[in-house]
Ligand binder design. Structure first.
Ligand code: FAD
Ligand code: SF4
Length: 476
């Protein structure tokens, strides 16, 4: 008899967690993981695998969990996914593997993400990810669960140490190429480090995954802004045989309405980076606080908006309000994040859109919004929000965080000759290979697609690594 509902995961009490930055869900125990794994039907033609952008062999790893073979389970996951502890925590599984799960047609789908997280955490507790075994005469090296050929002699430069760049780096390294990653910030990880908050993705976990990459021999050079210290062509001239660009979409979009320059108006990028990277939440241990008022509005309905609103609450806001121009069904954030936000007391003002920020002596004191109604679907396929004339209302607030999306940073496109760039500033690259208009130059992740997801960026990094490997062997 199949259990209809997922094995619940224990979480910090919402009343407690709004006062700390510790992770919200605490993870499955071995018994809970086995219980959840027992729900899987081990389908012979599993649609969940197709639903996963990196095609993890889901029934096979779940079968290992079911039988208590956790070390085998993580091996299966890591065959195709180099960042399982991260994906298990932040992937939108409801739209991907779990959305396709056969069980989900009648009951709750198997909690694939939670099981993936369990396996990665189990490995971190029981196996050193940086353990290396190399015999002096051998041309291969065992790192964790991978055996690598070290003989290729080719050098690849990766620009950007986010999920796309790190995944491409890992796969290219496994294929025996020398890989150097150039990262603009002082830490590697991209959005995983500077965007997604500690309470959703502890930075120690990201660091652990990056340490494992370094143990494989991937070289990461931080504080290196390509386009400033040198160009893509300079890298090719310096003897790199191929370049992969994974620079993400880190340029915040603004509303372009009156009052946007007032003190108290933040982009989500600034707000989250100052909290995560500059550790504003550890003030006074860190001398880099961020001012958060008592009543904070976050504009937007995606993961970035949920993260900002929940962070504001943890930094001391008495009220944290999401203003989103569509309805609840259209919220693009992961379902779990919306649920967590509601449990924590985040208020939702739906079908509303700011039209003007109100200031006094240069400081934000309010926001004027218009009510919206939904019309026919727009180009994104979602119902178009239409302003209702005369429906203005004002919220008295002291901080506003704008989380309405990001665009690709123009530095690399502007400084690279012969690189085709799309209408929105994204680099044009083939989906299957990441090949750009420039020979030997590949690209993937948010810089190509615009703001998307971690696993999609990883999928692009994987496909590009395979294509770069073919290019090196066939063309170079
Ligand atoms: P990024 O992660 O942006 O990494 C790009 C890296 O390139 C950065 O480290 C940047 O500093 C570096 N770089 C940029 N320019 C240069 C240069 N010129 N030279 C050198 N380095 C450079 N996705 C999910 O799947 N689930 C979630 O829950 C989720 N939550 C999110 C929450 C927030 C707050 C944000 C901002 C995004 C979230 N996303 C989520 C989206 C996801 O994080 C991104 O889609 C993903 O990180 C894109 O990966 P990437 O490697 O393409 O780019
Ligand atoms: Fe298991 Fe669902 Fe995948 Fe079938 S579709 S193998 S039930 S996780």
């Amino acid at each position: 008899m199949i259990k209809k509902t997922q094995t619940p995961m224990r979480e910090q009490d919402p009343r407690v967690r709004v006062h700390n930055f510790d992770e919200v869900p605490v993870g499955y125990t071995e018994e809970e993981a086995i219980r959840e794994a027992e729900r899987c039907l081990l389908c012979p033609a599993p649609p969940c695998v197709e639903g996963c952008p990196v095609n993890v062999d889901i029934p096979s790893f779940i079968d290992h969990v079911k039988n208590g073979r956790f070390s085998e389970a993580i091996k299966v996951i890591k065959d195709t996914n180099g960042l399982p502890a991260i994906c298990g925590r932040v992937c939108p599984q409801e739209d991907q593997c779990q959305g396709a799960c056969v069980l989900g047609k009648r009951f709750e789908p198997v909690a694939i993400g939670r099981l993936e997280r369990f396996c990665a955490d189990w490995e971190a507790e029981h196996v050193s990810p940086t353990s290396k075994v190399q015999s002096p005469k051998s041309k291969t090296m065992d790192v964790g669960h991978w055996t690598m050929d070290l003989t290729s002699g080719y050098r690849v430069a990766i620009i950007g140490a986010g999920p796309a760049g790190l995944t491409a780096a890992a796969d290219l390294r496994k294929l025996g190429h020398a890989v150097t990653v150039f990262e603009a910030l002082h830490v590697a990880g991209g959005v995983l480090m500077y965007g997604i908050p500690e309470f959703r993705l502890p930075k120690a976990i990201v660091k652990r995954e990056i340490d494992a990459l370094c143990a494989m021999g991937v070289k990461i050079e931080v504080n290196k802004v390509i386009g400033r210290i040198g160009t893509v062509d300079d890298l090719l001239d310096q003897g790199y045989d191929a370049v992969f660009i994974g620079t993400g979409a880190g340029l915040p979009r603004f509303l372009r309405i009156p009052g946007e320059n007032l003190n108290g108006v933040y982009s989500a990028n600034e707000f989250l980076t100052r909290t995560n990277l500059m550790r504003a939440f550890r003030f006074p241990d860190y001398d880099t606080p961020i001012k958060v008022g008592e009543r904070v509005v976050t504009v937007g309905g995606g993961n970035v908006a949920m993260d900002s609103a929940r962070t504001a609450l943890r930094l001391g806001a008495k009220e944290s309000i999401i203003v989103y121009r569509r309805a609840e069904e259209q919220l693009p954030a992961r379902a779990e994040e919306v649920e967590h936000a509601k449990e924590e007391g985040i208020q939702f003002k739906l079908l509303a859109n700011p039209v003007r920020f109100i200031g006094e002596a240069g400081r934000l004191v309010g926001v004027e919004c218009l009510r919206m109604e939904l019309g026919e679907p727009d180009a994104s396929g979602r119902a178009r929000p239409i302003p209702i004339p005369g429906s203005e209302f004002t919220l008295d607030i002291d901080t506003i965080i704008i989380a309405i999306g990001n665009e690709p940073h123009p530095l690399i496109p502007r400084t690279t000759e012969g690189l085709d760039v799309g209408r929105r500033g994204n680099i044009v690259a083939e989906n299957e290979t990441g090949q750009t208009s420039k020979e030997g130059v590949f690209a993937g992740g948010d810089i190509v697609t615009g703001a998307a997801t971690v696993i999609e960026a990883m999928g692009a990094g994987k496909r590009a690594a395979a294509a770069i490997d073919r290019y090196l062997k066939e063309v170079k």
